[in-house]
Design a protein around this ligand. Sequence first.
Ligand code: G1P
Length: 271
Amino acid sequence: MIKQAIIPLAGLGTRLLPLTSVFPKELLPINGKPGIEYILDECIDAGVKEIIFIISKKKEMIRKYFNNDNFYKSIIKKKKDPRIIKEYKKILFYKKKIKYVYQNKPLGTGDAVLKTKKLIKNNYFLMLLPDDLIMKKNCSKDMVKIHKKYKASVMASMKVKKNNVDRWGIYSINKNYDKSNFKISDVIEKPNAEDAPSNNAVIGRYILPKKIFNYLKNQKKGKGNEIHITDAIRRMILDKNLFIGHKFKGNYLDCGSMNGYINSGIEISKI
Ligand code: G1P
C-alpha cells in the first residue's frame, strides 16, 4: 500500500513573480482554493495517510496556514459562522496528516526527496509536484492501482509539443503493457529537441521506491547545477529496476507559469 506522500514545496516560484515575492505559490488561490489543497485532496483520495511537506524557512507561511488554530478558534468563538467552522474542520483534517522537513537551499527535486529519507516507512511512496494539477480523474489513484499490479515504480506521462521537450523529463519507451501503461527504458531531464528520444514527458506524479535514497545520496548535479530526481531514476532504470510510465486520463493544468496559473483558474471554474 502507498501510505505516505511527499510534496516538494521549497521552490522559489520565480516564474510567478510578482505574486510570489512574499506569498508561497502553493497558497495562491485557484478558483477560490489554494493550489496545495487540490494536491492534498488528490493524494488523500488515493489512500495516502501521511503527507510530508518539504518546505524552507522562506515558506514558513505554508506551515502557518495549516497550524492557525488560535486564529480560527477566536473567530468561531465570536461568530459561529458555519462556513468558517467547515473551513476550519477541513484545515484540521489536513493538519493531522502533514509532517514537515526543511530544504533551505534550492538544490533541486532530488535533494528535496533526500530530505524525507528518515520519515519514509514503507518500500514505496508517492511524490506529487504542486505545479502540476490533474483534474477530473485522480491520477495518483490510478497510479497506485498500476503499482499494485506490477509491484513497480510508476510515473505520470503526457505527450508534449516536440519544440517544448526541453521543459520536461522525457521518456524512452521499451514496450507498451496496454494503451495507458508502458515500460520505461530511459528518461532524460530536459533534453534539447535533437536529443529527445520522444515527446512523452514526465508529469509531476511519481511512485518511488525507498531504494532511491541510496542513489540520491551520491547523485551528482545535472542540468542547471541541480540534483534531479530524474537523474537518480535514470540510474535505477539502467540498474534494471522497473519503472512504468502511466498516460493519465485527467486534464493537466500547469500552475507553475503565469499563463498556466491564470488559465488553471478559468479551467477549474468550468468543472
Ligand atoms: C520537474 C522534473 C521534470 C518533470 C517536471 C514535471 O521539472 O524535473 O522532469 O517533467 O517537473 O512538471 P520542474 O518543473 O521542476 O522544472
